[in-house]
Design a protein around this ligand. Structure first.
Ligand code: ZN
Length: 75
C-alpha cells in the first residue's frame, strides 16, 4: 500500500476530512464545503480505483467533521 502525502497551501484553511474507499480501502481526503449544510451526501469517484462512493458528511462543528462512504451499487 502506498501512501502519498500532498502538501498544498491552504489560504483559508479549508476544512478537509477523509473517508475510506469502500472498494479499495484507500484513505481519500476530500475538501469539505461548510456552506453546503451540516449534513451532505454526494457521489464521488474514488481517485484511486475510480469506483463511485456515496460520501456522507456530518458537520457537527467545523473542527468535528465526520465522513463515511459506501459504495454506490449500480442497478
Ligand atoms: Zn477506491
Amino acid at each position: 500500500m502506498k501512501r502519498r502525502k500532498r502538501k498544498r497551501p491552504r489560504p483559508n484553511a479549508a476544512p478537509e476530512a477523509s473517508y475510506i474507499c469502500g472498494a479499495c480501502g484507500e484513505d481519500i481526503v476530500v475538501p469539505i464545503d461548510l456552506t453546503a449544510g451540516s449534513e451532505q451526501s454526494y457521489v464521488e469517484d474514488c481517485p484511486v480505483c475510480c469506483r463511485p462512493n456515496v460520501i456522507h458528511v456530518d458537520i457537527l462543528d467545523p473542527d468535528d467533521i465526520r465522513v463515511h462512504a459506501e459504495l454506490e451499487y449500480e442497478s
